[in-house]
Design a protein around this ligand. Structure first.
Ligand SMILES: Cc1cc2nc3c(=O)[nH]c(=O)nc-3n(C[C@H](O)[C@H](O)[C@H](O)COP(=O)(O)OP(=O)(O)OC[C@H]3O[C@@H](n4cnc5c(N)ncnc54)[C@H](O)[C@@H]3O)c2cc1C
Length: 358
């Protein structure tokens, strides 16, 4: 940084897909703080492969200090926002000129990279020693996990219990039907329109009863139901009025929080009308990076964010995938070639300025 320039302070709360990329994009244009309870960035779409191949996570868990060169890291959670400051869980008040909220989801995962790697190892051992596996939730996480298991461990009996009337209900019916057929061909037992109460689960449980009385035996169980949003912490401060009834932050076309001129929101917590995907969270980060650079230079013209289409891709093990494009839905090796081998880990690392190794 040049000593003669007075840098504006940009505080980013949340070091996930959107916040991490934004910090990297603006760290040489401002005095940047990144507040995140974890010491590392996790590429979320790689974490199901890591359950069947724990070493895969070595490339997808990246300490914040390894891709950020000029950002001050605050290892804590944001707990309150005022007009000028953010209060963190360790009692620090951090002043901001510009604030970006990127708190996505409140993952209950270890706070250090090493512990997270050990967690994947433990999950792998649990999986390896099981003959039967129960997956609760038939959204993208549950379906991708089932795909990983049936491809890597074809002998295991997998059951998916899903509350909805079709799998992958965030995308079109055609994709759901194709995936259901794919899973059935791999002998996955799919139970739709029923659920297992999460608060009744216990450690070491081997028999489960669904809401319509079906009994399922399983040596281990993975909870893959949707994660809540991490916006409850905003209810105390100046942004409480900016949350919609679903707990999403309302933003305008520049991704500025409604009614604010120096507070942006990016990623899954926004009310942008599009499916919630990391791919779009990265696009939010790119638009806000441009807007912050413009504002810092004293500019007035800001870039608009154009909401995404309903494009989505769900991997089915190491070679296949289902993809929904604007005009068609495909399943099999072709979409698999785009996503399933490396799960975009090399690409994401490159975007973070990292070599593709460990
Ligand atoms: C298993 C899985 C597979 C997926 N596959 C794909 C895929 O193939 N393609 C795709 O595009 N998307 C995929 N997604 C969705 C994608 O991961 C999300 O859309 C994306 O992570 C959203 O980014 P985000 O930055 O908004 O939030 P997140 O990535 O959830 O990051 C939020 C960050 O905020 C931190 N945080 C939370 N609360 C606080 C707080 N109070 N203070 C400070 N920090 C806080 C968290 O620790 C985290 O670091 C997948 C998701 C999962 C779980």
């Amino acid at each position: 940084m040049e000593a003669s320039v007075e840098y504006k302070r940009v505080v980013i709360v949340g070091g996930g897909v959107a916040g991490a990329l934004l910090a990297r994009s603006v760290e040489f244009h401002a005095d940047v703080f990144l507040i995140d309870p974890k010491e590392y960035y996790e590429i979320p779409w790689a974490n199901l492969r890591a359950k069947v191949e724990p070493d895969f996570a070595k490339r997808s868990l990246i300490n914040h200090k390894d891709y950020l060169r000029n950002t001050r890291l605050v290892t804590a959670s944001g707990v309150k926002v005022t007009e000028k400051e953010v209060l963190t869980s360790d009692g620090r008040w951090i002043l901001y000129d510009y604030l970006v909220i990127a708190t996505g989801h409140p993952y209950s995962i270890p706070l250090t990279r090493l512990e997270r790697l050990q967690q994947f190892q433990a999950e792998y051992q649990k999986l390896q020693s099981a003959d039967s596996v129960l997956i609760l939730g038939g959204g993208p996480t549950g379906v991708e996990l089932a795909g990983e298991i049936v491809v890597d461990f074809p002998g295991k009996q997998v059951t998916i219990v899903h509350r909805g009337s079709r799998l992958l209900d965030f995308i079109g019916q055609k994709a759901s039907t194709k995936v259901l057929d794919w899973l059935k061909a791999k002998h996955v037992n799919v139970l739709l329109n029923q659920e297992v109460k999460l608060d009744e689960l216990s450690e070491g449980q081997k028999t489960y009863e669904t809401s319509n009385g079906t009994k399922v035996s399983a040596d281990c169980c993975f909870i893959c139901t949707g994660l809540p949003l991490s916006t409850e912490w905003l209810r105390e401060g100046v942004l409480s009025e900016c949350l919609d009834r679903h707990g999403r932050l309302m933003v305008n076309e520049h991704l500025l929080v409604r009614g604010k001129s120096n507070v942006f929101a990016i990623g899954d917590i926004t009310n942008v009308p599009e499916i919630k995907q990391g791919f779009y969270a990265q696009k939010h980060a790119a638009v806000v990076a441009k807007n912050l650079k413009a504002l810092i230079k004293g500019g007035k013209k800001l870039t608009d964010y154009c909401p995404g289409t309903t494009m989505a891709m769900v991997s089915l093990g190491r070679r296949e995938a289902v993809a929904q494009f604007p005009f068609t839905t495909l399943i099999g090796r072709f979409p698999g070639m785009i996503k399933s081998k490396d799960l975009f880990v090399g690409k994401t690392r490159k975007e973070m300025g990292l070599e593709d190794g460990d």
